[in-house]
Design a protein around this ligand. Structure first.
Ligand code: MG
Length: 461
C-alpha cells in the first residue's frame, strides 16, 4: 500500500507535497478515524504554510462532523499535554519538527496525549487513499471551531508545578535560551521567568523564515549561543528544535551535550526524587552505553528500544511506567508530567537538578565515562543495509548483541551500532570507544562490512 506517514507523522515540502488539497483530504481521513462528534484539539508551529494547512485540516475535520478546538501556535508537547489533561479525544499538530524551513507536516495525537500507533496511521491512510468523504445531514455542520486561549498557560503551569520553584529561584542561574524562531518562544521564556531564572534569549521571536538558525539544534546551529555563554559566563544553554519537543543542552563550559548524556544524568536525579517510579529507563539503541555505565550501578535497568520516540512512549505505557524515556537527539520524557518528549519540561528539570545538587552542569558531565565518538552514514539500499547488519552480527558474535533495530554490539571498552535508516537509503554507523584508535578501527571494520555487502549485491545483479 502507498504510504503517507513516515516515522514521525506526514512530512513534506510546503506547496509541493503539503498542499491545502492534500491537507483537506487528510483532515477528512483523520476525522473519519476519530468518528463524528469527537472533540479534537488542533495546533501548529510557526512554519510557513502552517496557517494554510491548519485551516484545510480543520475544514476536513468539520466535514466529518468533528468538534474542533483551535490551540493555534503551541509546542507539540503543549498540545499533547492539553489533549490529555482537558480530556480531548485527540489532537492534530501541524509541524515538521527539526526539518529544514521549507518542510511542514501533520501528526495525529491520541486521547492519551501520545502520537497514535503506526497501525492506526495505516487506518487513516486507507481512508485517505479511498478518498473517504462522509455524507452527513445538514445539521451536522453547525459547529464553529472554538479558539482555546488557555492552552499555553495550562501547559506552563503544569511544567512549573513539577519542580521546586523556590529552590531554583534561589540559585541565581543565568541561562541562554535559543528558541529556533518557533513555538518554544511562547513557553520556555515564561517557564524560566516563573522559576525566577535570569535568561538571555536568542531567536525567541516567531519567524517562519527561521532567520536565526535552522530548526535543528546542534553544536553548529548553537555556535552563537556558545559564544554568548562564554562572554557572559552563563550556566547553561537550552536549544529547542522547531516544535520544542526537544531541548539540546550546553554546559557552563560551552560543551553541547548529546541527549543520552544529560538523559542519563536527569534519570539518576529523577530516580532519587521519585522513588515510586519503576527502576528502569527507556532509550533508543542509538544512545551510548554511557547510559548503562552510569545508571546500572545506581540500580536502574536500561531498556534498549528501536529508534523513535513514539515507540519509546508506547513501550513505557505498555510496561506500566518508568523513570524516564530519552533519546540522544535531546528528547526527554518526564513521566510524572507526560509520557512524551518535552523540551520546556526538560529545561525546568535540569535547573532543579543543578539547584538540588548545588553544582555546575560541567562537573556532573565530567562524572560520566568519557568515550570517543564517530557517527557516520553510508549510502546503501535496504537490502545492502540488511546484509550489513547480518554480517556485523556474524563478525561480532562473541560480544553482547542487541538486535531490535539493526545491531548494537556492546564490548567492554566500545560499542557499535549498524542500522538501516528509517528515513533515507543509508546505513547509519555509530561507535564509541575509550580510545581514538579503537573507535576508528571499529568504524573502519563496519565500513568494510557495508562495502563488502554493496560489492556482493552489485556482482549478483
Ligand atoms: Mg521536534
Amino acid at each position: 500500500m502507498a504510504r503517507l506517514f513516515g516515522t514521525d507523522g506526514v512530512r513534506g515540502i510546503v506547496g509541493e507535497k503539503l498542499t491545502p488539497e492534500m491537507a483537506l483530504k487528510l483532515g477528512r481521513a483523520i476525522g473519519a478515524y476519530f468518528g463524528k462528534g469527537s472533540r479534537i484539539l488542533v495546533g501548529r508551529d510557526i512554519r510557513s504554510g502552517g496557517a494554510m494547512i491548519k485551516r484545510s485540516v480543520i475544514s476536513g475535520l468539520l466535514a466529518e462532523g468533528i468538534k474542533v478546538y483551535d490551540a493555534d501556535l503551541i509546542p507539540t508537547p503543549g498540545l499533547q499535554y492539553n489533549v490529555k489533561s482537558l480530556g480531548f479525544d485527540g489532537g492534530v499538530m501541524i509541524t515538521a519538527s527539526h526539518n529544514p524551513p521549507e518542510y511542514n507536516g501533520i501528526k495525529v495525537i491520541a486521547g492519551d496525549g501520545v502520537e497514535i500507533p503506526h497501525e492506526d496511521e495505516e487506518i487513516i491512510e486507507s481512508y485517505y487513499f479511498r478518498n473517504h468523504a462522509s455524507r452527513l445531514e445538514w445539521r451536522s455542520y453547525v459547529n464553529d471551531p472554538l479558539f482555546r486561549a488557555d492552552v499555553i498557560e495550562n501547559y506552563v503551569e503544569a511544567i512549573v508545578s513539577q519542580v521546586d520553584k523556590e529552590k531554583i529561584a534561589k540559585s541565581g542561574f543565568k541561562v541562554i535560551i535559543d528558541c529556533a524562531n518557533s513555538v518554544g518562544s511562547l513557553v520556555t521564556p515564561k517557564v524560566l521567568s516563573s522559576l525566577g531564572v535570569k535568561y538571555v534569549s536568542l531567536n525567541c521571536n516567531l519567524d517562519p523564515l527561521f532567520p536565526g538558525r535552522e530548526p535543528e539544534p546542534s553544536p553548529i546551529t548553537l555556535k552563537p549561543a556558545i559564544a554568548l555563554l562564554r562572554e557572559i559566563s552563563a550556566d547553561l544553554i537550552i536549544g529547542h528544535d522547531g516544535d520544542a519537543d526537544r531541548a539540546i543542552i550546553g554546559d557552563d563550559k560551552g560543551r553541547i551535550l548529546w541527549g543520552d548524556r544529560d538523559g542519563a544524568l536527569l534519570s539518576a536525579y529523577v530516580a532519587e526524587k521519585h522513588p515510586e517510579l519503576p527502576r528502569r529507563v527507556y532509550t533508543g539503541v542509538s544512545s551510548s552505553i554511557v547510559v548503562e555505565d552510569y545508571l546500572r550501578p545506581r540500580g536502574i535497568e536500561v531498556v534498549w528500544t528501536p529508534v523513535g520516540s513514539v515507540t519509546i512512549s508506547r513501550m513505557i505505557i505498555r510496561d506500566g511506567g518508568a523513570i524516564s524515556g530519552f533519546e540522544e537527539n535531546g528528547g526527554y520524557m518526564h513521566i510524572p508530567h507526560q509520557i512524551v518528549r518535552d523540551g520546556a519540561m526538560k529545561t525546568a528539570l535540569i535547573l532543579e537538578m543543578l539547584a538540588e545538587y548545588n553544582t555546575k552542569l560541567s562537573s556532573l558531565v565530567d562524572e560520566l565515562p568519557f568515550y570517543y565518538t564517530i557517527k557516520t552514514k553510508i549510502p546503501a539500499s535496504r537490502e545492502e543495509a540488511l546484509c550489513a547488519v547480518e554480517k556485523t552480527v556474524e563478525a561480532f558474535k562473541q560480544y553482547r548483541l542487541v538486535t531490535i533495530d539493526g545491531v548494537k554490539v556492546i564490548g567492554d571498552d566500545f560499542w557499535l551500532l549498524v542500522r538501516p535508516s528509517g528515513t533515507e537509503p543509508v546505513v547509519r554507523i555509530m561507535a564509541e570507544a575509550r580510545t581514538k584508535e579503537k573507535v576508528e578501527n571499529i568504524v573502519s571494520n563496519a565500513r568494510s562490512i557495508v562495502e563488502e555487502c554493496k560489492k556482493r549485491r552489485g556482482n549478483s545483479k
